[in-house]
Write a protein that binds this ligand. Structure first.
Ligand SMILES: Cc1cc2nc3c(=O)[nH]c(=O)nc-3n(C[C@H](O)[C@H](O)[C@H](O)COP(=O)(O)O)c2cc1C
Length: 322
């Protein structure tokens, strides 16, 4: 998610779940080819499994980007066919590619020819006046023919004229049944459902009908939910017994990054929702939001914020998650 799932966020989320697959922000093919590649693409070994999401529509360029990304160690290359922003539309990529399934197939085939890791696509159920029944079926057939093994479907249309990207994440209605029908019609294509999944119980319910779920805002805004992913969805132990223990484990990473010149807030902004629902959470959040932005703010600021919630009973978080 743009501006959200940067490398600091992903490192933090990986402390909370060993098993969930993490996705980068969308990075355009132009940025990969002409930008500061090391800054854009470097991943920490701890992040795996991690997927790079690319934006673009030129098969040769995307193929080159996929090869570069594979060299950086990504476990999956994902093509964005869901972003509705004007800038992206002007570049003829993102959600508007729902109208060009053959081109998307060409992009995917070119990328697949260059890398061994899976190439996947994230799309909508349709755009504008498209009939989702027909549009999604045509699109899925095209990408499946091109060798895509996994299709992530944001279960609502994108309305490209007149709705902001933000509104396009809430206003067009969700249609989970359309995604379930897609799965039934494509038993060999792994279908991952995205959109409006609020908690792990909902996620588990969808998993009866599709192969995977992708959580966006709920995972980012309330990262404590991720601490239950391994137990609830993978029948494995949680990496830490509590959000507070996970936060403590982030300290060496923060210290390392501060020593490299990273500002405290660049990391701690992703942690603000970790204690949501626990007494003291609001003070924790406010303390970090106001103090961590100060130039020169150091690890003591983070420790002080943790001390605010450490006095409380963070087991409440697990009660809320259950
Ligand atoms: C701040 C923000 C940035 C996003 N950036 C991307 C992006 O770069 N690529 C993408 O495929 N989706 C992006 N999305 C959309 C989410 O991945 C997801 O499809 C959408 O929020 C619906 O899922 P949710 O209800 O679980 O959040 C973004 C969403 C938000 C809130």
């Amino acid at each position: 998610m743009m501006e959200w799932t940067d490398r600091h966020c992903r490192f933090f989320h990986r402390l909370l779940t060993r098993r969930a697959r993490l996705y980068t922000e969308m990075i355009t093919a132009g940025a990969v080819l002409h930008g500061d590649r090391a800054r854009l693409l470097t991943i920490d070994p701890a992040e795996h499994p991690v997927a790079l999401q690319l934006g673009g529509c030129n098969p040769q360029q995307l193929a080159q980007c996929a090869a570069i990304a594979a060299d950086f160690g990504y476990d999956e290359i994902n093509l964005n066919v869901g972003c509705p922003s004007d800038r992206v539309q002007q570049g003829r990529f993102g959600a508007c590619l729902m109208r060009e399934p053959r081109l998307v197939g060409d992009c995917v085939a070119a990328m697949r020819a260059k890398v061994k890791v899976p190439v996947t696509v994230k799309c909508r159920i349709g755009i504008d006046d498209q009939d989702p029944e027909e549009a999604l079926e045509t699109f899925a057939c095209a990408v499946e023919r091109a060798g895509v093994c996994t299709l992530i479907v944001h279960a609502r249309k994108a309305w490209l004229a007149g709705l902001s990207p933000r509104a396009n994440r809430d206003v067009p209605p969700l249609d989970y049944d359309r995604v379930y029908r897609l799965k039934a019609a494509h038993p060999r294509l792994a279908i991952v459902l995205n959109g409006g999944i609020a908690d792990l119980n909902e996620a588990a319910t969808h998993l009866d009908r599709v192969d995977g779920v992708m959580m966006g805002r709920a995972a980012y805004q309330e990262p404590w939910r991720l601490l239950d992913v391994d137990r609830v969805l993978f029948a494995q132990c949680a990496p830490f017994a509590s959000p507070a223990a996970a936060a403590q484990a982030l300290i060496p990473y923060i210290e390392r990054e501060l020593a490299r010149g990273t500002r405290l807030n660049a990391i701690t902004r992703h942690v603000l929702g970790l204690f949501r629902g626990v007494p003291g959470a609001r003070v924790f959040r406010r303390h970090l939001a106001t103090e961590a932005v100060n130039p020169g703010a150091g690890i003591a600021t983070f420790r002080a914020a943790l001390a605010i919630v450490a006095q409380r009973d963070t087991r409440l978080v697990h009660t809320a998650a259950a």
